[in-house]
Design a protein around this ligand. Structure first.
Ligand SMILES: [Zn+2]
Length: 126
């Protein structure tokens, strides 16, 4: 399972317009290092809104769609991997991907403000 390019762009944009890009790992190597640190139970890695969004959609898709999502997508799209958001669009009636991504991004922003990771009065970039 992997988020497709189109949905990844929507997610990145949702993070960026909320002023959260500064919290995102600078590259996949740093994101991987943070993930491994978290899995090993060591020091808490810095919160990454992009990875948080990534795991949110993977978990939600597995919970709602099941383990077939971990198999190869026979359509061959997305390099043969199911995109959790494309699956919601295809199977969850009335699922508005952009709106749902924005909703999750708003929750992440609220949490980041509560935790003091971003200023409480941060404005959305235009
Ligand atoms: Zn997708």
């Amino acid at each position: 399972m992997r988020i497709c390019k189109d949905h990844w762009a929507v997610i990145r944009s949702a993070i960026e317009v909320r002023g959260l890009s500064g919290l995102v790992a600078k590259d996949s190597k740093e994101a991987h290092k943070n993930l491994m640190a978290e899995l090993e139970g060591g020091a808490q890695p810095p919160f990454d809104p992009l990875m948080s969004m990534h795991w949110h959609w993977h978990n939600a898709a597995l919970r709602n769609g099941g383990l077939y999502l971990l198999s190869e997508d026979p359509s061959g799209k997305n390099d043969g991997q199911y995109c959790p958001l494309c699956e919601f669009v295809a199977h969850a009636q009335g699922f508005d991907d952009k709106k749902e991504i924005d909703s999750v991004a708003d929750q992440i922003l609220a949490w980041c403000r509560e935790e003091g990771l971003v200023p409480k009065a941060a404005r959305r970039a235009q």
